[in-house]
Design a protein around this ligand. Structure first.
Ligand SMILES: C[S@@+](CC[C@H](N)C(=O)[O-])C[C@H]1O[C@@H](n2cnc3c(N)ncnc32)[C@H](O)[C@@H]1O
Length: 219
């Protein structure tokens, strides 16, 4: 029997948690994000996939002069985003279904969102992200970093999390036509949390070559 889709519950949880989440959110990934954005021209189209309340990530992108579109499931999160970043283009929608232009973005940031999507849908989600990227475009994506699926407590509620083992997740990203540039674990507690950098090649065999070390992975 198919399992019920957790999206409605995830959206309701973030509707309720939005102000609290916003207060607690720290900008630990600023350095990574700056490195990711290096060389992107002002005005470049960037998708903040699962933008939440827009702070700190979308705000940082907007301040760099990028043309940012934020997509999120939660009306509560998007209401906060509209209040804090009146110029931000926002779309309420599920990344698994929302219609966005093919090759419409030079960069996509998907920070802490894929782990709320059931892993059975990760391959399809990665294909969508790849399709939205312009050839040569770049993606930064975080993942839970372990083969886990279930409900965990957060802020007095239970939230759905899902992920594959890193090797499998990277296989799915490559299968979506993306070139994985790096994959790092950024959680000192050792519980996982992977930051993956990938690009959509310009054309087969012609695209940007992977830079830096090959990702070292746990199985
Ligand atoms: C942990 S928060 C991260 C928010 C923001 N990216 C950040 O780094 O602060 C996860 C966000 O993803 C959104 N979300 C979860 N599943 C989604 C989906 N399938 N489509 C769009 N947004 C989703 C939630 O509503 C929530 O705002």
């Amino acid at each position: 029997m198919p399992r019920p889709d957790p999206a409605r519950s995830v959206a309701a949880a973030y509707d309720a948690l939005a102000p609290r989440y916003a207060r607690a959110r720290r900008f630990r990934e600023r350095g990574r994000l700056d490195a990711f954005l290096e060389g992107l021209p002002r005005g470049a189209a960037v998708l903040d996939a699962g933008c939440g309340s827009g702070v700190p990530v979308a705000r940082h992108l907007v301040r760099r002069g990028l043309a940012v579109t934020g997509v999120d499931l939660s009306a509560g999160q998007l209401a906060l985003a509209a209040e804090r970043l009146p110029g931000l283009r926002t779309i309420r929608g599920d990344l698994r279904r929302v219609a966005l232009p093919a090759a419409g973005f030079q960069a996509i940031v998907a920070w802490d969102v894929a782990f709320h999507v059931p892993r059975a849908g990760h391959a399809a989600l990665f294909r969508r992200l790849a399709r939205w990227l312009a050839p040569g475009g770049r993606l930064v994506l975080t993942l839970g970093g372990s083969a886990f699926e279930g409900w965990l407590p957060m802020g007095g509620r239970r939230l759905f999390f899902s992920g594959h083992a890193p090797r499998h997740a990277l296989r799915l990203l490559r299968g979506a036509g993306l070139e994985v540039v790096s994959c790092d674990e950024d959680d000192a507690s050792g519980r996982g949390h992977l930051v993956v950098l990938a690009v959509r090649p310009v054309a087969r065999g012609v695209g940007p070559r992977p830079v830096g070390r090959r990702p070292g992975l746990r199985g």
